[in-house]
Design a protein around this ligand. Structure first.
Ligand code: BYC
Length: 315
């Protein structure tokens, strides 16, 4: 009887757009879905630092280097807000990171592609952060309070990231012939992986229906992908470059761009660990975690010292 009432209260809150908070009753499956999505999201932010971090020492000017360092630091911050928000669901950061390092937790497919030239940093900002914003702005209205609130600041920072990427590509596309070619080549390589970021088609997405009912997701994978394609098809004209899709064409009846077939075989391969950089990314993550052990130990020892000092002062 009690669980029934609690279930009713929960659904009533969802229908009235009242946020679910950590102390509230929630179905076990809601909690598990959030842990899954939020931890995957946090892992993506942390692993996402690696392809761009690669270019910090090679950025072409002091200004570009400073911007890139700030962006990569922002991604670390996003990971930390998200791990903290997920910890309100009764899982520890250590457990989540353990799952990632054991290969049991997913992170976004996009970060398993290499960054071959400086233009890739532009393409990541414009396309990858652009896709992230499209997916994440609706998450600011997600039904779980801590996740929704974490997303507000993340989205503000992602907007800056998207613009810096577009600015890099704009500069290159107005530069020499070689620079323009480099920008086009980066777009050619990042376009299809970027539209895969939104996940499988709706009819192949096992979680969408329930997550939409619970207002964790506010749009389906296909709805967001279409919005993103519509925006990029216009923005690429400003760059005077092209998207590598011969079927990309405005459909006046649908009021959307039509687009070509996505290679879902490639997507599955990358998600299952066989993308071009999966192994490299995981090795780098695990190495960084091991090398950071002394920092975690020192921080814990410092916290203990402060606690003892405070206890002495009170006694
Ligand atoms: N890559 O039923 P579905 C960033 C998995 S960070 C890998 O549609 P759902 C950035 C999915 O997890 C970007 N796996 O699932 C950072 C599920 O697997 P499991 C990350 C994917 O959850 C640094 C299965 O496929 N953004 O932008 O309803 C620098 C079935 O899918 C992918 C987020 O995490 C993928 N692309 O919808 C720059 C946003 N797609 O768990 C930028 C939050 C799907 O059953 N997450 N899968 O084993 C979401 O919005 C949703 O989780 C998704 C998937 C739309 C991604």
């Amino acid at each position: 009887m009690q669980a029934f009432d609690e279930g009713k209260i929960f659904l009533d809150k969802i229908s009235r757009e009242i946020k679910i908070e950590p102390q509230d009753w929630m179905p076990e499956q809601y909690r598990k879905t959030l842990i899954r999505q939020m931890s995957q999201h946090a892992h993506s932010e942390i692993v996402g630092m690696l392809p761009e971090g690669n270019w910090i020492t090679r950025a072409p000017s002091l200004k570009r280097k400073a911007i890139l360092i700030a962006k990569v630091q922002d991604e670390a911050g996003h990971g930390l807000y998200l791990y903290s928000a997920a910890e309100t669901l009764n899982i520890t950061r250590e457990e989540m990171i353990g799952q990632l390092h054991a290969g049991k937790a997913k992170y976004s497919s996009i970060f398993n592609y290499p960054t071959l030239t400086w233009a890739d940093i532009g393409a990541i900002g414009w396309l990858v952060d652009g896709a992230a914003i499209m997916n994440q702005v609706p998450l600011c209205r997600c039904s779980y309070g801590p996740y929704a609130r974490a997303m507000i600041r993340i989205c503000k920072e992602e907007s800056f990231h998207q613009r810096q990427g577009f600015d890099i590509l704009f500069t290159l596309s107005n530069g020499t012939g070689a620079q323009k070619k480099m920008a086009q080549d980066a777009i050619n390589r990042w376009w299809w992986p970027s539209i895969m970021m939104f996940g499988p088609n709706d009819d192949a997405s096992p979680h969408t229906k329930q997550s939409m009912d619970w207002k964790i997701k506010r749009f389906t994978n296909d709805e967001l992908r279409q919005k993103f394609i519509d925006v990029c098809a216009e923005q690429v004209k400003v760059l005077r470059l092209t998207l590598p899709d011969e079927k990309l064409k405005w459909n006046d009846e649908r009021k959307h761009y039509d687009f070509g077939d996505i290679d879902w075989e490639e997507f599955r391969n990358v998600v299952n660990g066989n993308g071009p950089c999966n192994k490299e990314r995981m090795d780098a993550r695990i190495r960084a975690h091991k090398e950071g052990e002394w920092v975690r130990e020192a921080a814990a020892a410092h916290a203990e010292k402060i606690k003892l000092r405070q206890q002495k002062a009170v006694a």
